[in-house]
Design a protein around this ligand. Structure first.
Ligand code: ATP
Length: 291
């Protein structure tokens, strides 16, 4: 079974407070984009357990991989007797703020549920996904959504207007845990207007969405990684309506209404920043995981 595991960006990311249990309460506008990893699941009748291979030698191909964790969680709960082979072809940059690992886990949950006819509805899969990571339920839901709580309380929103997303990923890894750890949630000066963004999405106003893009984690990640600010400025100079860091970074994206402009800037950035991976993608409105 062939599955698609799409990346996400955050059009807005706000942190409301740090909870007593150490997690941060967030309000985020999530958006699925067209870039995806390919997850291939093959049942192994007569065998037990999971075998895995990945296209990236430095990624774990064992119980530490989020796709493995997701598959094994369902297979144990439902006492699946066959074995399973997972082949993961990574195209989403790793540790980049694009939820690649969470999306692989989401695809594995959806795939194992279908492959072994476990009969779980989407909500059941989302509940189990939350045990693997706060972004996994969203990666099952997909599309445009408001995420609250620690990211697991989800409200679907209407799809965003047709547009283009230029993604630039500098060659640095950022740990989501460290970024949240360094954030002084009670001293955030500027909060993005998440409610205004929801209104703009409902009004199908791309300009309204662009003017409300904001991410409070930029204040932690950018001072240590000035290339992020450089890329944001490049996006704006190249004609983006707005530009933002996604998640905890270091990926930067620019929002474009015009495909030609985005393509010209993509080619230009690839030439001038050969160490930065630059891709052109677009918002995706759900569409599920099956290829
Ligand atoms: P988020 O946006 O949710 O913070 P991210 O895009 O920053 O996620 P990921 O690419 O999901 O980060 O992965 C972060 C870490 O998780 C990596 O260091 C990697 O070793 C580990 N990991 C486990 N499974 C996977 C997977 N299937 N794909 C990518 N990384 C994985």
């Amino acid at each position: 079974m062939l599955l698609r595991a799409n990346a996400k960006i955050n059009l807005a990311l706000d942190v409301l407070r740090k909870r007593e249990d150490g997690y941060h309460e967030v309000r985020m506008i999530m958006q699925t984009v067209g870039m995806y990893d390919r997850v291939t699941l093959t049942p192994l009748p007569g065998e037990t357990g999971i075998r895995m291979e990945t296209s990236l030698p430095y990624l774990p191909a064992n119980e530490k991989n989020l796709a493995w964790k997701a598959a094994s969680l369902l297979m144990e709960e439902f006492h699946v007797e066959d074995g399973l082979h997972i082949r993961l072809d990574k195209f989403i940059p790793v540790a980049a703020g694009l939820a690649g690992g969470s999306s692989d886990a989401a695809a594995a949950l959806v795939g194992v549920n279908e492959l072994f006819s476990l009969g779980l509805a989407r909500n059941g899969l989302m509940e189990r996904g939350a045990k693997i990571g706060a972004d996994v339920p969203y990666c099952i839901l997909q599309g445009t959504a408001l995420a609250e709580g620690i990211g697991e309380k989800l409200t679907s929103l209407p799809p965003m207007p047709k547009s283009w997303i230029l993604i630039s990923r500098p060659n640095i890894s950022v740990s989501t845990k460290q970024v949240y750890g360094a954030l002084a949630a009670d001293r955030i000066k500027e909060h993005p207007d998440v409610d205004g963004m929801i209104e703009a999405i409902r009004a199908r106003s791309l300009a309204g969405i662009a003017s409300r893009m904001g991410n409070v984690l930029e204040s932690v990640t950018i001072p240590d990684n000035p290339v992020i600010e450089t890329l944001k400025q490049e996006m704006l100079r190249g004609g983006a309506m707005a530009s933002l860091m996604s998640g905890s970074g270091p990926t930067v994206f620019g929002l474009f209404s015009d495909r030609d402009r985005a393509e010209i800037l993509r080619d230009d950035l690839r030439k001038r920043y050969p160490g930065v991976r630059t891709f052109l993608t677009w918002p995706v409105n759900g569409g599920g995981n099956r290829i």
